[in-house]
Design a protein around this ligand. Sequence first.
Ligand code: NAG
Ligand code: NAG
Ligand code: NAG
Ligand code: NAG
Length: 236
Amino acid sequence: MIKQTISILLLVVILNFSNAFEKTYLNFIPFETSDCSGNPSGIGYGAVIDTCFTFDSSRNWLFNNINRKENTVSYTQYYNKGGVSETCQVQSMPTETSTIGECVAGKTFNFNSFYQPVKSSQEIYYQIEVTDDSPYIVPDSYVISNKYGGCNDTDSDPITIEYFTNQTQVFISIFGASYEFYCLDDTPMFMTCSIDGNNCSDPQSQTQCSQISPFFNTTEMGSSGDSLYFFDTTCY
Ligand SMILES: *[C@@H]1O[C@H](CO)[C@@H](O)[C@H](O)[C@H]1NC(C)=O
Ligand SMILES: *[C@@H]1O[C@H](CO)[C@@H](O)[C@H](O)[C@H]1NC(C)=O
Ligand SMILES: *[C@@H]1O[C@H](CO)[C@@H](O)[C@H](O)[C@H]1NC(C)=O
Ligand SMILES: CC(=O)N[C@H]1CO[C@H](CO)[C@@H](O)[C@@H]1O
């Protein structure tokens, strides 16, 4: 009995150890300039590699093949027809490869189809970076982390993150309105704005944590309990 307890404890320690040290993230850090110079600005994304996930329940993604010798990474977006994405087991779009540190145009990355720029002329670029243990987040950002587990799992690592650098405005199509996201004394806040991003009002703090539908390995959506997934809103 004691032996069993010890080996279970050992197993838990090993699992925690691997959980804490083995996660590798691919990060898309947002910029407004085509050479990713200046301060990061806009909506950033990151996700753990080798896991099929979605940011918008509309299109699946897979980040993988981190080659530290060649300094390259690969990512695949899955074809979406009529709002339904291919699963990560069916691939009809090419896998793209980038150099780590490369600055890429954001146009082809429709990570979250619910978000549109407030000004249609607005261009976005991403610097592609790889991090171990935790995703890269621009300081002072409003961060939405999608995690496995329940709201009380304080040590659950994020599977995906999206973040708004301070005072980022975005038009959210399903709400038909623009919003400004910011952090005030480490509290995630948002304001409702007119469609063109002016006249923002009604500041509200965001709920910290909610249970949500599965957001990764969406092939298994039907079989997974909703309560196994949650998101967490924080200021970083
Ligand atoms: C978190 O834990 C508290 C106290 O243990 C419990 O009351 C609450 O229902 C839990 N919340 C969730 C989402 O599991
Ligand atoms: C973020 O934006 C808010 C609202 O405008 C501002 O009060 C706060 O000081 C900003 N935070 C930083 C670190 O600049
Ligand atoms: C700004 O919004 C408020 C309420 O949201 C409205 O009462 C006011 O007329 C608006 N001002 C302008 C200039 O659009
Ligand atoms: C948590 C989980 O089940 N992750 C799996 C998701 O799918 C990829 C392959 O697409 C697996 O490698 C992960 O283990």
